[in-house]
Design a protein around this ligand. Sequence first.
Ligand code: PEP
Ligand code: MN
Length: 333
Amino acid sequence: MIAVLKNGVEKLQQENLINWLEGMDLKVHVSEGEYHTVLGLIGDTSKIDMDLLEGLEIVESVRRISEPYKKANRKFFDDDTVVDVSGVKIGKGHFAMIAGPCSIESEEQIILVAQSVKAAGANILRGGAFKPRTSPYDFQGLKADGIELLLKAKEVTGLPIVSEIMNANHLPLFEGVDMIQVGARNMQNFELLKELGKTNKPILLKRGLANTLKELLMSAEYIMAGGNENVILCERGIRTFETYTRNTLDISAVPSLKEMTHLPVIIDPSHACGHSRMVPSLAYAATACGADGLIIEVHNDPKNAMCDGAQSLTFDQYEEVTKKVAEIRKVIG
Ligand code: PEP
Ligand code: MN
């Protein structure tokens, strides 16, 4: 439920109302807009007499939020959320250019990639240390050593870093990691989401291979319900009957999510199509349709990459993409 307060309500009146609502075991989320203050009420709102609340002198209107996602709901927070990843802002006009290899392979590799993507215009470095591979016989990532190497690359370049977590027991290893990725396969690992809700780290939540946007938002809600509202959503392609591309990029996820939620939305064109030659086109489409950023796989030697080489861009290709993305952003304003 949300209660919109009248313009120019005094602080004391607002506090009294909040205390009264909290006295009914509700959590009150205050969002101060340019013209109105909106109170988001979380908990069992069935005991609230809506007419009574709406009849109060300082209340303009009261509305129930019928969708099961509350904190992530655009109705709950009317503005766009900006997530700060160690100084790099994402959302509301702030654009994330996240780039790096699928997997961290060696110190030389991750530092070279980090320096090159930074020079090309990336503002956050990605690198997988714990890899969710379909086959148990494939390279599983350098794990804790990989995180150490990623931290070195962060130190050398100053770029904030993002890496995927697969097990909440690994959280202590992610202390120096600026943003934690929940991969497509773990989007509905609810125990993991609950643990991440207890942290204050930005979470990059990828859409599951066969999940609806509503399910994606319910997963975001798990993290937010725990107190961590720093969630960035990522569309990375979904399973369809098409096999020509690795997945099918659901470009309409961007305008749809923008209606449904206030959280930033980014696109991963690399996992969406699986072919490096197609990544630039999808990146441009994502930029043009209003995404808040791109996460793109870039490798120093794609042909010999230990994971996802076929979809990884070379440094030159990535530089070309960053330039065109900047041009498109100027056009769409
Ligand atoms: C990745 O980012 O390397 C990855 C495994 O992504 P996804 O979870 O989208 O497949
Ligand atoms: Mn990958």
